[in-house]
Design a binder for this molecule. Structure first.
Ligand code: 13P
Length: 254
């Protein structure tokens, strides 16, 4: 059975004290309130990853991750953070190809493919993001855009490597806008992505891949989104910055 994963991407929010406070609150609330099956991943800014990981070490439901990493292993790349460094902090997940990285830092699919390799080589789990802009959806280009993002970013992997990857479908028009994709729209794309993986690898492998939805997931829309057969969790931005809303979303997943 494929894993259900709910991840909170804090983006560039929370100082260290605020961040660690939030991690503790989430951990305590989950212990008291949640007995469902989802794995929960907290993805703070790099600087908070090591301390956050220590705080969740006792709680097996919780893991931590990073929001990005270098495609290089080590060396003279000022300002960069390697996958090995993230691993050494005890984190286990890395977001690769978030639309904000694609849009503001010009990260291309080819570039992201190298980051995926670096993450897998370090033994971490990549959460590979894909998603179309509003214009691409309105011009009916979204299926082509998604196919290109998935094939160029991931299809150089062998089946064993591909089985390690988590995919997050995050339509750009739904991120931070309060305008979530409808459950039907999200389910359609998740099934499409699973179909691409089935064609390239096998339907057995496609069935095993966790595909998260991201884009204005809130406590009041999470349950319906999670009821769709191909939606295996969520990548949450704004609502992950408060323990109550984040935990309420998690509680929507059985
Ligand atoms: P919001 O939940 O704030 O729309 O952000 C989604 C996102 O980008 C998570 O990576």
């Amino acid at each position: 059975m494929r894993k259900k994963i709910i991840a909170g991407n804090w983006k560039m929010n929370k100082n260290l004290e605020e961040g660690l406070g939030l991690v503790s609150e989430i951990s305590n609330m989950l212990k008291d309130e949640y007995s469902g099956s989802a794995k929960v991943v907290i993805i703070p800014p790099f600087l908070h990853v090591a301390a956050s990981t220590k705080l969740v070490a006792e709680n097996s439901r919780l893991a931590t991750g990073a929001q990005n990493c270098s495609n290089h292993k080590s060396g003279a790349y000022t300002g960069e953070i390697s996958a090995d460094m993230i691993m050494s902090c005890g984190a286990t997940y890395v977001i690769i190809g978030h639309s904000e990285r694609r849009q503001y830092f010009n990260e291309t699919n080819d570039w992201l493919a190298k980051k995926i390799d670096a993450v897998l080589e370090a033994g971490l789990t990549p959460i590979y993001c894909c998603g179309e802009t509003l214009e691409e959806r309105e011009t009916n280009a979204h299926f082509t855009v998604l196919e290109t993002q998935i094939s160029e970013g991931l299809f150089h992997l062998n089946a064993e490597q591909m089985a390690q990857v988590v995919i997050a479908y995050e339509p750009v028009w739904a991120i931070g806008t309060g305008k979530t994709a409808s459950t039907e729209q999200a389910q359609e794309i998740h099934a499409f992505i699973r179909g691409l993986i089935g064609k390239k690898y096998s339907s057995d492998l496609a069935e095993e891949i966790t595909i998260q939805y991201g884009g204005s997931v809130k406590p009041d829309n999470a349950k319906e989104l999670f009821s769709a057969p191909d939606i295996d969790g969520a990548l949450i931005g704004g609502a992950a910055l408060q323990s109550r809303s984040f935990v309420d979303i998690i509680k929507s997943m059985n």
